[in-house]
Each structure stands twice: as structure tokens, then as C-alpha cells.
Ligand binder design. Sequence first.
Ligand code: B12
Ligand code: SF4
Ligand code: SF4
Length: 219
Amino acid sequence: MSYSVGVVRMLQELEDLAKKQGISLFSVAPTPEEERKKFGLPFAIVLAVRLSSSCLERVVDRPTKLYLHHYKQVNYLLDRAALLLTNYIQEKGKDALPIPASQVIDWTEMKGDLSHKKMAHLAGIGFFGRQSLIVSPQFGARMRLVTVLTDLELSPVGRPIDAGCGDCRACIKACPAGAIKEQAEDFDLSACKAQLDIFRKGIGQHICGICVKACRGQK
Ligand code: B12
Ligand code: SF4
Ligand code: SF4
């Protein structure tokens, strides 16, 4: 397949801009039908920022204050990079919409405006691991995600990667709620949520970090 030089160059400029801001992984995907209907924007840029391994190693049986701070800072970095890309695209005369890294729109349904995991999977950032997080070859689940939707033409787009957990079951063993099963589809969200409700009483936020820590990548 051939791509216009201008379109490829624009993609490279966006990736360079993102990487200069501290973004670890950059990829794009065509916006799937459902999200396209909702937002009217045909392309999605997905960004990932790796987490500090040293910070995660200090998470043993519950989230630490250090992890809480790190989690917030990574969200700020993702949101800031998404905003910079948005403005860059707008200056080119196109539309762009940054979806917050970690905003819950509906607490009953536990949903954000858009699933970053779904977009990251489509963009080829990683696969759905047993703990239902996106696992990248580079960082495992030790990363956080953000998405920018746009009508700027972007190509070449990424595609889902052909990889999986293999023989690893580290997160199943580590999860204090017993929420993680053999298949990602069988993940017990209510058990996880109940555990996070407990952690929230201690730390003030629905975070955990245990299955994130368990899932290390190559780096
Ligand atoms: C609300 C929320 C939660 C809720 C529950 C959300 C839920 N319903 O699953 C609670 C508070 C429990 C939670 C917990 C955690 N969360 Co959370 N959460 C979110 C948030 C803000 C919205 C998620 C959402 O809209 N869910 C609604 C449903 C519809 O979407 P979904 O679960 O993403 O999945 C759909 C698609 O993926 C689709 N699908 C498409 N293809 C495929 C293929 C396969 C194989 C499967 C299984 C599914 C699938 O199926 C699902 C249903 O439609 C997102 C940020 C965001 N906007 O995406 C972060 C996010 C998902 N959370 C994240 C993390 C890391 C966590 C925690 C580890 C907490 C922490 N930081 O310590 C735990 C992990 C729990 C776990 N093992 O999954 C990260 C995941 C990063 C990653 N590497 O994948 C996100 C993306 C935040 C971020 N900016 O990085 N979270
Ligand atoms: S976030 Fe914690 S409780 Fe939820 S699946 Fe991961 S390890 Fe289990
Ligand atoms: S820790 Fe192992 S089993 Fe769990 S999601 Fe990561 S690779 Fe898969």
C-alpha cells in the first residue's frame, strides 16, 4: 500500500512531538464504528507512558502513597501530551479531541468517555492480558494510556499485535481479590472493584497497582 508523503510526514511530526514530551509509545488506529458515530472523528492517536519500575516494586499488598503520586503525575503527563498534540493538529486546521487519561463519566457503569484499552489494542500498542489490561511487549502492563481523536488523515495506522500471555500467570497469583482468570473475557470486575473500594478507604483513590506490577515487559 502507498501513502502520501505529506500524510506520513505529518505522522512523524506528531510522533516526534509526543516523544519530546516524554511519551514512551505512540501509535494510531482507525476509529471503530461505534466511537466514530459518537465523536465523528475517524482517526485515533494512542499514547502510552511507562511507569517507574522502582515505584511499582514498592507496591507489595496495597497501593502506596508513592504509587498514588506517580499515578497522578503520569496522568498529567499523558493529558498534557494529548493537549499539545490537539493544539498542533488544530493549528493545521483540523479537529482534535483529547480524551482524559483517567476520568470516570459514569460511576454506576464505571465508564470513561472512550476506552483507551480498546483503542490501544486496535493501534497495536499491546494485547489484552489475563488481568484485562493492555500488555505491551516493551513495558508489560506497566504503562498508562491516553487517546486523541482527530479528523486529520493519519497513515500508516497500526494493527492489533499477534501476542498473548503464553505460560505466564503472574497476575493471577498476585491479585488479592482473586479477580483474574485464565481468559481476559472472564475477568471478575466486581471482585476487583470491591478490592479497590477497600483500598480507596486507605488511600483516597480507586487504585491498586498489584496486577500492574506483576506484569513486566522486556524493559
Ligand atoms: C473506570 C475505570 C476503572 C474502573 C473499572 C472500569 C471497567 N469498567 O473496567 C476501576 C476503578 C475498577 C478500574 C480499575 C483499574 N484501572 Co482503570 N480505568 C477506568 C477508566 C477511567 C474507564 C474505563 C472504561 O470506560 N471502561 C468501560 C468499558 C466499556 O471499557 P473497557 O473495560 O476499557 O473494555 C472494553 C473494550 O476493551 C472491549 N474489548 C475490545 N476488544 C477486546 C478484546 C478483549 C480480549 C477483551 C477482553 C475486551 C475487548 O471490551 C470492553 C467492553 O466493551 C479507564 C480510562 C479510559 N478512559 O479508558 C482506566 C484504565 C482502564 N484503568 C487503568 C488501570 C491501570 C487500572 C488499575 C490497575 C488501577 C490502578 N491504576 O492501580 C485497575 C485495574 C483493574 C483491571 N485489572 O482491569 C488503565 C489501564 C492501562 C493498561 N495498561 O491497560 C486505564 C486505561 C487508565 C489509563 N489512562 O491508563 N478502572
Ligand atoms: S487492580 Fe488489584 S484487585 Fe483489581 S485485578 Fe488488579 S490486582 Fe486484582
Ligand atoms: S502478568 Fe503474565 S498472565 Fe498476567 S497479563 Fe501479564 S503476561 Fe499475562
